[in-house]
Design a binder for this molecule. Sequence first.
Ligand code: DX5
Ligand code: ZN
Length: 218
Amino acid sequence: MIKIAPSILSADFARLSEEVKEAEQAGADYIHIDVMDGHFVPNITFGPLVVRALRPVTDLPLDVHLMIEEPDRYIKEFAEAGADIITVHAEACPHLHRTVQLIRSHGVKAGVVLNPHTPVDVLDYVIEDLDMVLLMTVNPGFGGQSFIRSVVPKIERTAALIKERGLDVEIEVDGGVTAETVGECARAGASVFVAGSAIFGKDDRRAALQGIRGAAAA
Ligand code: DX5
Ligand code: ZN
C-alpha cells in the first residue's frame, strides 16, 4: 500500500493548520513534521509545541522526523505532544537501540533514518525493533533539493533485509520525491513517500499529491 506524507516544511507557516487540513483533504496518509536544531543539520525549524498545536487539527498520524542531536532529551516531549511515529537519525544516536526502546516506551512507533551515505548495515541489530526505516534521498536540512539517485539500491537492500527477516517495517523515502522520482523508489521497495515542495509548492495540492500517488503505483 502506497502512503503519501506531505512535509509541512514547505507549507506556509503562518497558515499551518489550514495547510495541514488541506493536505488531509488532498488525500495524505501521514503528516510529516521536520524538526531541525541548527546543529545536526544547518537549519532550525520548530519543536514539540508545534506538534502539540497541530495534534487537534488532523486525525492523520503525525510522522515526526527528528533531525536533532541528542534526541533522547526530547522524545518524551514529542510523544506527549502527540507524535504517532518518531524517527531518529542513526548518525545522531550512539546508543541507537536504547533510543528506539525509549520511543517505544512512550507507545509511539519508532523509526530510524539513514543519511544518503549511511550503510544499511547499521540496521542489522536493531531492525527487529523498528516500525519504520526512513531513507534520505537528499542530505537533510532543506526542502526543494534534488533527489540523490544513488540511494535507490539502498532501498532495495533495506527491502531485502526486511523480507529476509520476515518483518513488517515500512520503508519511507524523504527528499526530492516528485512524480518523476517516486516510481523508482516504489519499485525498489519503498511504500511511504515524503513530499514537501512537490505538494506544498503547488497551487493544486490534491492534483500534486494524487499525481505522486499515481506515479508510485504505476
Ligand atoms: C529534508 C526534510 C524533508 C523535506 C523534503 O531535510 O527531511 O522532509 O521537507 O522536502 P522536498 O520534498 O522538497 O525535498
Ligand atoms: Zn523529513
